[in-house]
Design a protein around this ligand. Structure first.
Ligand SMILES: [Zn+2]
Length: 291
């Protein structure tokens, strides 16, 4: 199945729902970043979470989901845009805690720290809000973020299900929210259904997106559309030049004299960029000419 985000609406009850499946992304990023099992599971959950928030906040051009925690994971970062493009990295890549995966993620987070979301609008303005982590899974912290920052009651699930020997068989997220004037009791009931395992069970049974939504929030939804989600990094030599420019003309001259070149690794996709001395001198010359 291709990774995708699906939107659904129940007009009658005033509910909206999003479902995202990122199993391919989670497996690919495990290889890309060399993640041990618990790091890989949490990063998969964070990819799903960021895709949901980015899809929900149409006013944001991109969102950054950042986690800083006391546990061995230490932190992670996901950058997502409204076009379904995701990228990110994990600080503690080698976390593999034995036992039940869901409990392992709670131990990896360590019970304190914060979850922060930055929403960047097209006009260049930002909105950042955070919640403190308690001893809980990532979905719990994100649910509290919706309650405190968005003032919206939300039913939310992040699930990772094995398939055979593959621990990241399915990585999925679901969100149900009430539209203005919508049925508040239905959201409460959907939260209860998530807690009782309805999303997990429907995923395990191979339900399609609409079936996943209705397993949690009941019948009456219409599928509005689907969007592909993919891991895409927008890095390139231009960004490396910009980063080097931040050193200033004297800093670049120093770099040429001492190292002779600039090497930059992209933390999102591990692309390796090299600016040779000739190009650095040219950058320096242009900067001095600009002063
Ligand atoms: Zn990159």
């Amino acid at each position: 199945m291709i990774d995708r985000l699906s939107r659904a609406l129940d007009d009658g009850r005033g509910l909206r729902a999003l479902v995202v499946q990122v199993g391919d992304l989670a497996r690919m990023t495990r290889l890309l970043h060399g993640l041990a099992p618990t790091s890989a599971q949490l990063f998969g959950e964070a990819l799903a979470a960021a895709a949901l928030v980015a899809a929900l906040r149409k006013d944001a051009e991109r969102i950054n989901l950042q986690l800083e925690c006391a546990g061995p994971l230490r932190g992670l970062f996901v950058d997502a845009d409204s076009g379904g493009n995701l990228r990110g990295y994990v600080r503690g890549t080698a976390v593999g805690i034995p036992g039940a995966p869901a409990e392992a993620t709670v131990a990896a987070l360590g019970g304190s720290g914060f979850l922060s979301l930055l929403l960047a609008r097209a006009d260049g303005t930002f909105y950042r809000s955070s919640v403190e982590l308690t001893r809980e899974p990532l979905a719990g912290a994100l649910r509290r973020w919706f309650a405190s920052s968005e003032q919206v009651e939300t039913a939310l699930a992040l699930e990772v299900l094995p398939r055979g020997d593959e621990p990241l068989g399915q990585v999925a997220g679901l969100l149900v929210q009430r539209l203005p004037g919508g049925d508040a009791a239905a959201v409460v009931a959907a939260r209860g259904a998530v807690a009782a395992g309805a999303f997990r069970d429907a995923l395990a049974a191979g339900a399609p997106a609409l079936g996943l939504v209705e397993a949690v929030a009941g019948p009456g939804f219409e599928l509005l559309g689907e969007q592909e989600v993919a891991y895409r990094c927008g890095c390139g030599l231009d960004r490396v030049r910009n980063a080097v420019t931040a050193l200033g003309a004297d800093g670049i001259a120093d770099l040429v004299a001492t190292v002779g070149r600039a090497e930059v690794d992209c933390e999102f996709c591990h692309a390796h960029y090299v600016l040779e001395a000739d190009e650095l001198r040219e950058l320096e010359r242009r900067m001095r000419a600009g002063h």
